[in-house]
Design a protein around this ligand. Structure first.
Ligand code: NDP
Length: 338
């Protein structure tokens, strides 16, 4: 079958494409401009004509994906802004929500007879309540909190608040679309909710300062040592390796049971010092960080119940140690670690 992958040049998306090609799918990727085609083609040149790349300049426009969806068997919608440079929350919310709406609408109008499933790259940002209270979350949880923050603060909302709201509103819009159109639709929806994604990069990155948002944070913390001891011991979340995110997208298409589900995909919880420890153990020239931190007795602010993903997808998640080792190897090859 052929899978349409939106935002195909992104950090996560390249690993989605890699996994789909490895599993025998053909891929039609969308990017925003012609300049983003060459790196994708080069990366997957061994797969010949199994990868096609098309330009969709503005995903928020009605009908943006009308041509791109034609003839595909499934869609993975990954395109959505993940950065903290927005001056106004709408810079994140509009593309997240309207982009999701336009790809679903194009699928309904132009691919209802071929598409069987749509996988949405959501986020644990749509699940958690970022109020500083430690909890273990499941798929039953929704981040109403960030939506309220943005409603209350308007353009004074921080970029992180706006990002979380953008993802929550986009996921909510997707479920609503399926509810409203359920009589007409021949395809179903599987939503994947990853927490912070770390691990090696396949996308085009010229220098460490051009890394995507999550890996920039990782590099700054683990290699550059920018965080205070206090932060290293207490600031954290949960993670998933980017290669497992790629595989999860393929499995969410292949496994019947994933249809109609939102699925948290996550490996271990961490405080940043856990990553510093893993890296320093491999390469003692990297920062040691907070040497009084003890992972065995530390509190972990954000944990996820991943039993649904184990049931429906059956992934064995890479650990912090594995992810760190492979990322350091790659970054050393790139000359990004002294
Ligand atoms: P990247 O920044 O590497 O990729 C984002 C992709 O979305 C790029 O293809 C980008 O295109 C596209 N995009 C961004 N803004 C727009 C816009 N306004 N219009 C059209 N396309 C746009 O980030 P990730 O790979 O990390 O993110 C991919 C998805 O995964 C997102 O939906 C994100 O919310 C989600 N996610 C990421 C996590 C992480 O830790 N990395 C955690 C949980 C979820 P372009 O290059 O042209 O800007």
């Amino acid at each position: 079958g052929k899978v349409l992958v939106s935002g195909a040049n992104g950090y996560i998306a390249l690993w989605v494409v890699q996994s789909l090609l490895d599993h025998g799918f053909s891929v039609r990727g969308t990017v925003r401009s012609e300049s983003k085609v060459a790196h994708l083609k080069e990366t997957f040149k061994d797969h010949g004509d199994k990868l096609e790349v098309v330009v969709v300049p503005d995903i928020t426009k009605e009908g943006a994906f009308d041509e791109a969806v034609k003839g595909v068997d499934a869609i993975a919608h990954t395109a959505s802004p993940f950065h903290f440079n927005a001056k106004d929350p709408q810079e994140l919310i509009t593309p997240a929500v309207a982009g999701t709406g336009s790809i679903l609408q194009s699928a309904l109008l132009h691919a209802n007879d071929t598409v069987k499933r749509i996988v949405l790259t959501a986020s644990c940002a749509t699940v958690l309540t970022p109020d500083g209270v430690a909890r273990t979350y499941s798929e039953a949880d929704w981040n109403e909190y960030s939506i309220k923050q943005v409603e209350t603060k308007g353009s004074a909302a921080s970029p992180a608040e706006a990002y979380r709201a953008s993802k929550t509103l986009a996921e909510r819009a997707a479920w609503k679309f399926f509810e409203i159109n359920k009589e007409k639709l021949h395809f179903d929806l599987a939503v994947l909710n990853p927490p912070f994604v770390f691990g090696p990069v396949l996308h085009e990155v010229g220098s460490p300062d051009a890394l995507n948002t999550s890996m920039q944070d990782w590099y700054d913390t683990v290699v550059r040592g920018v965080r205070s001891n206090e932060q290293l011991a207490t600031v954290g979340s949960s993670f998933i390796d980017v290669r497992d995110v790629g595989l999860a997208h393929t499995l969410a298409l292949e496994k019947e049971a994933a249809g109609g589900e939102r699925i948290i995909i996550a490996s271990e919880a961490y405080n940043w010092q856990d990553w510093v420890n893993a890296a320093h153990a491999i390469d003692p020239s990297l920062p040691a960080g907070n040497t009084s931190y003890d992972s065995a007795t530390a509190a972990f602010p954000v944990k996820y119940d991943t039993s649904k993903s184990e049931r429906t997808l059956g992934i064995k998640y890479r650990t912090i140690k594995e992810s760190t080792a492979d990322t350091l190897n790659q970054f050393r090859e790139k000359g990004w670690i002294a």
